[in-house]
Design a protein around this ligand. Sequence first.
Ligand code: NDP
Length: 281
Amino acid sequence: MALRIDGKKISMEMKDELKEKVAAMKEDGVEITLAVIQVGKDPASTVYVGNKKKACEYIGIRSLAYELPEETTESELLELVESLNDRDDVNGILVQLPLPEHINENKILNTISAKKDVDGFHPQSVGALSIGQKGFVSCTPAGIIELLKRSNIEIEGKECVVVGRSNIVGKPMALLLLRENGTVTVCHSRTKDLKEITKRADILVVALGKPKFITKEYVKEGAVVIDVGIHRNENNKLCGDVDYDDVEPVCSAITPVPGGVGPMTITMLMNNCVESVEIQK
Ligand code: NDP
């Protein structure tokens, strides 16, 4: 039977470690503050922002919430981001996506100071990752590396295949696996013979955004399968990009959905907030 990688448990362990770190920092007079900006009332964004606030409370990070109306202009939002960049008492700035259509997302994300970019989306953070310098790393792929390490799964020398090349998951995932000395192949919608490539993987990371797309025909016997996808099926139940029941019998370890990669994302955001103090020094 495959190892079921328990993201809920691992993220809880990490949160407790962070809580201790933050308490020790407070004793040294260091308080961490995360500013979270939401524009409009997208229901999914409201849930995500609420979860981020809860995680901050648990760990002992101060959170500042900016809930702005849908009509907020791009220049008003830029002004807020710039004022938060200038504040010494703010360590991290997070702008919840998606933004309303009249606001240019890239312009906003590029305005966040790279030293406060706890989401790791700023071009400077991405550049630092690609040349092996210190900087913030996108939370979902960073969480996957933690899941692998804390499950004692060796990456060095392994054939790693990433399905998906988005800026927030696929590309940073490939760079992180490379940093860990994996041999990395990235697949996307124009890849020919996807099955042939995924079947080579010792570690297969799937972030393609299609429910239950990956079946056992795509997986090598004994592979480790990491499922990033999140979807609601016809019965309103959560499922991933991987057909768990079909794949589980052939692999050696697998992340479930829910309870695999998902819980790690916010925990890694908290980790980035703690690391921001070091990065800002
Ligand atoms: P995107 O839609 O931005 O990217 C999907 C990628 O998959 C693209 O690179 C696309 O290729 C590729 N792709 C699509 N179809 C195929 C196919 N048939 N064969 C091979 N490659 C294909 O998605 P994200 O990276 O943002 O997210 C992926 C999934 O992960 C989603 O289900 C999302 O909900 C989930 N997610 C989960 C998170 C978590 O915390 N657990 C966080 C972020 C995302 P191309 O570039 O050629 O179009």
